[in-house]
Design a protein around this ligand. Structure first.
Ligand SMILES: [Zn+2]
Length: 235
C-alpha cells in the first residue's frame, strides 16, 4: 500500500444548525474519514447504541449511485448531492438494527482536479445532516481522494478503506458491502463481505460488465438500497 502524508484535521459544518457536524481525518492510508455528526449525537445519543445488539455486523455502503444519485460528471458540490428516494430512511433502519455503518467512496475527482477535498467535506456535511435528521447520529465516511494513476491502497477495489475502518472501529469480521459497481463487489469479496449490487446508479450497466467479463457475481442483485436493506434485515 502506498502511504501518503497525513493531513490536518478539519471540521465541517452542518448547514442546518451551523454547529460542528463532523470530524474529518486524513488517515495514513490516504483515505479520509468523517466520524460523526456531532450536532445529531448531542440530541440522540440517549436513544442510541445501548439498544444495539453486539452481534450486528458492519454494513459498508458505496455513496454515489447508492445513497445519492450518480452523476457521470461527478458530484462536485452540495447542490448536486441528491439522495436516492428512500435511501436515508433505509440507512436509518440499518442503524436502528445496530449495524455499524461505513461509507466507502472513491472520489478520484479530487485527484483529477474536478473538485476539492473541501467540496467533498461540504457534500458529506449535507449527507451527515440528512442522516442526523433521520435519527442516525453517527456514521463513518471514508473516501479515497486519489487519481487512479496514484496506485494507492485505498481506491476500491483495494481494501485500504475497509481495512482501516475495521482497525479504527474494532469491527468484527464479516458484514455486508452494498454498491452499484463491480469494484464495490470486488472490494466486498476481498474483504470477506456478503455483496449486494444495486441496480440504481451505474448498477444495471455494471451488471452487464460483470456478465460480459465473467467477473464474480455478487451474492445478491437488487433494485436499490431500500431493497438491499430488506435483504440485510431479513433473518
Ligand atoms: Zn486512494
Amino acid at each position: 500500500m502506498k502511504l501518503l502524508p497525513c493531513q490536518a484535521i478539519t471540521v465541517v459544518y452542518c448547514w442546518l444548525s451551523r454547529a460542528p457536524a463532523a470530524l474529518l481525518v486524513q488517515l495514513h492510508s490516504g483515505a479520509m474519514r468523517i466520524n460523526q455528526c456531532l450536532a445529531g449525537t448531542q440530541n440522540s445519543s440517549a436513544s442510541g447504541r445501548h439498544l444495539i445488539p453486539d452481534r450486528a455486523l458492519p454494513v459498508f455502503l458505496d455513496r454515489d449511485g447508492v445513497i445519492n444519485a450518480n452523476r457521470a460528471d461527478y458530484v462536485k458540490n452540495p447542490s448536486e448531492w441528491i439522495p436516492v428516494p428512500g435511501a436515508i430512511s433505509a440507512i436509518a433502519a440499518l442503524h436502528r438494527a445496530g449495524h455499524p455503518l461505513v461509507v466507502v467512496t472513491n472520489q478520484s475527482g479530487i485527484g483529477r482536479g474536478y473538485y476539492t477535498a473541501a467540496a467533498v467535506e461540504q457534500i458529506h456535511g449535507v449527507m451527515l445532516c440528512a442522516l442526523a435528521a433521520a435519527g442516525v447520529p453517527s456514521i463513518t465516511i471514508m473516501y479515497c481522494p486519489h487519481h487512479p494513476k496514484d496506485k494507492c491502497g485505498c481506491r476500491k477495489p483495494e481494501t485500504g478503506m475497509t481495512d482501516q475502518a475495521r482497525l479504527d472501529l474494532k469491527l468484527p469480521s464479516g458484514g455486508w458491502m452494498v454498491g452499484d459497481a463491480h469494484t464495490d463487489m470486488e472490494l466486498g469479496r476481498r474483504s470477506g463481505l456478503e455483496t449486494i449490487l444495486v441496480l440504481s446508479g451505474r448498477g444495471s450497466d455494471q451488471l452487464e460488465i460483470i456478465k460480459a467479463e465473467n467477473l464474480a457475481m455478487p451474492d445478491h442483485v437488487t433494485d436499490s438500497l431500500v431493497s438491499a436493506v430488506e435483504i440485510i434485515l431479513t433473518p
